[in-house]
Design a protein. Structure first.
Length: 234
């Protein structure tokens, strides 16, 4: 970045970065695969910013450099985004307030496979649990502050897993248990999204756990929510 600050709703900037990268790579060949309306996305991402201080409109930072972490359960998706972001290295992406973003380096990290059915995870981007009312066209978000969180998070994870091809039995057996968590409010475009950060215990089949560690958990994963890291394996 040219200046050590970002807008408070900075997630939209990185979504713009991904869209720009895919639009320019291979003549935009893969753009519609990920950003056409209604497309399911098995990837997640998070941003590390040094000592962020949140104000009403901006996030003040201690450094002009940060780190963007991207994870996916699909090898093809990983190759496509890796190549697309590599093409954007050193290029200037103008953003708000006379600021600009540049990719300095892109590296691939190998992840370890989980073998147990119980792990401790840390959310490195907020866990979003969304309930959509089609009749009213209205979204409601559940954080760990809500009594319905356990029920709604299980519903969202079950749907996510079945949509990814897991059996009903494996999908419904997943449990997400808060360990040391708190509610956070995230500005996302014009919305204020109630979500959760902290540590959770994740129980389920090891194949399911590995998928969730790679693809992310919950709603809006491709928009900067739901990325987690493995802290301990039971």
């Amino acid at each position: 970045m040219d200046k050590a600050e970002l807008p408070k709703d900075y997630r939209r900037i990185f979504i713009h970065l991904f869209k720009t990268a895919l639009s320019n790579a291979n003549g935009g060949k893969y753009y519609e695969d990920y950003y056409a309306t209604g497309k399911s996305k098995d990837y997640c991402w998070s941003v590390y910013l040094k000592n962020p201080v949140y104000t009403d409109k901006i996030v003040k930072l201690a450094d002009t450099r940060g780190k963007l972490y991207f994870s996916t359960s699909d090898k093809k998706t990983g190759f496509i985004f890796f190549a697309a972001l590599m093409e954007q290295k050193k290029k200037i992406l103008p953003i708000k307030n006379e600021n600009a973003l540049r990719i300095l380096s892109v590296k691939q990290i190998t992840e370890e496979r989980v073998r147990s059915n119980n792990v401790l995870i840390k959310m490195v981007s907020p866990l979003c649990v969304r309930s959509h009312n089609r009749e009213r066209d209205y979204d409601f978000y559940y954080s760990i502050a809500h009594e319905e969180f356990e029920q709604e998070s299980r519903r969202v994870l079950t749907y996510q897993l079945q949509n990814a091809g897991f059996s009903k039995e494996l999908s419904e057996s997943v449990k997400l248990i808060p360990v040391n968590t708190k509610k956070v409010i995230v500005k996302f475009y014009e919305s204020m999204i109630e979500s959760s950060i902290g540590f959770f215990e994740l129980e389920g089949d090891s194949a399911v756990i590995n998928y969730l560690l790679q693809a992310g958990l919950g709603s809006k994963k491709s928009a900067g929510f739901g990325m987690c890291l493995l802290e301990a394996e039971g």
